[in-house]
Design a protein around this ligand. Sequence first.
Ligand SMILES: Cc1cc2nc3c(=O)[nH]c(=O)nc-3n(C[C@H](O)[C@H](O)[C@H](O)COP(=O)(O)O)c2cc1C
Length: 443
Amino acid sequence: MDHKMELNKTRRKFLRMLAASPVLAGSHLFSNSVTNLLAAGEVTERKFRDWLENFQQSGDQITSPDQVLDVMDFEPLARKVVPPAHFGYLATGVDDDDTVRANHEAYSRIQIRARRLVNAENVDMSRTLFGTKWDTPIVLSPVSAQKAFHPDGELGVARAAGAKGHLMMLSTVATASIEDALAASGKPVWQQLYPTNVWEITQAIVKRAERAGSPAIVLTVDLHDGSNRETLFRAQRVDKRECSMCHMGSYSPFARGRTGAIAAPASAGFANYIARKPMFNGLDVSKVNALHPLDLNWDFVKRLRDTVTVKLLIKGIVTREDAQLAVEHGSDGLIVSNHGGRAEETLRSTIESLPEVIDGVGGKVPVLVDGGVRRGTDIFKALALGATAVGFGRPHSWGLAAFGQAGVEAVLEIYRRELRNIMRQAGTTSVEKITRAYVTPSR
Ligand SMILES: Cc1cc2nc3c(=O)[nH]c(=O)nc-3n(C[C@H](O)[C@H](O)[C@H](O)COP(=O)(O)O)c2cc1C
């Protein structure tokens, strides 16, 4: 018998043994699938490995949040329970989704330089932001329309953020108001701001958030209407439900894909769409035809700065030049972000953009970063490269979709546990001590 035949025989024997194994007796799915695989004949190692990987990631074994090992485990769980079009909305990037992947993959090119023989009995993960001391530098980035993932929506996220002691940012187009989010969290919640094309609307949202007690306004500047979200469009095509049952009017961010056209929201239905969002309640939205208008510029930032009495941050800055301009225009802080790869396909990750933004601000204001953060080690690396705090978007929606508030709490717990772990392992006993010297290239 030649070597190849011998190898195949061994593999088949192994698979048969696996299918019959008492260890897997409780998992019908697993043993049935192995049997199917055997019946299919040609079992290559590659096929088996791919299959095993799919199985492991399928989430079939996980029935409660405490069984989840890392935040990525929540993604397949969410995919199972969220309708395809809504999951497409959550997952989508633009064009080929390469910037989504780039955000995450860039972290794997940064190595950690672990120091030894440092007493790591006590680890202090706390971070102070604008005078508020938080247990950790881990923050929840704004995600719109979270009731599309779970009926608890943003209030489930806010309750989890409050229970675990994390800063949350609330989207302008959230399905909850800032008043309710603040009450649910019991902790400061920052109000994210899409400017819209009508200044009076912008002003009204800012003033409402300030009155409610939100200590910061976060102006998002990285998105223009009409970004090419192909994954969303494709997901929409396979979703056979009737969208108009829930999405009254002719516009919804989920409703574009049927025709494949990138609809400009400047339609009659757009005003209906935003009128249903709590932050627009009571406002005359009849003239609003854009959330993020094309003519937005630094004059707008100046005008906004003159209006906002709390802290003003700009989210979506990725270059040194813009970082400098933002500081010159009175921004109190920046968030390095590319909208989770949902705005434009630059292929440039946010963690690679962070150092030049840090250079640009010259230490004058705090710089946060989000995009592709999936491990405590990613948070550690971002802190080492100078981030004041580190955010994440999709994972809190995965947790929410899978288990409501408890799922979001579990996501937060995992990030905290992993950060604490790597801080100990690398010999950094406080967040302040995580410096550039702890990652490569060090300088
Ligand atoms: C479904 C979804 C909705 C989002 N909505 C908003 C939003 O309303 N405002 C905003 O500034 N950013 C929004 N973002 C971007 C996030 O705040 C954050 O920058 C991004 O998700 C970080 O990347 P990550 O998902 O890889 O962690 C959204 C992201 C997703 C995935």
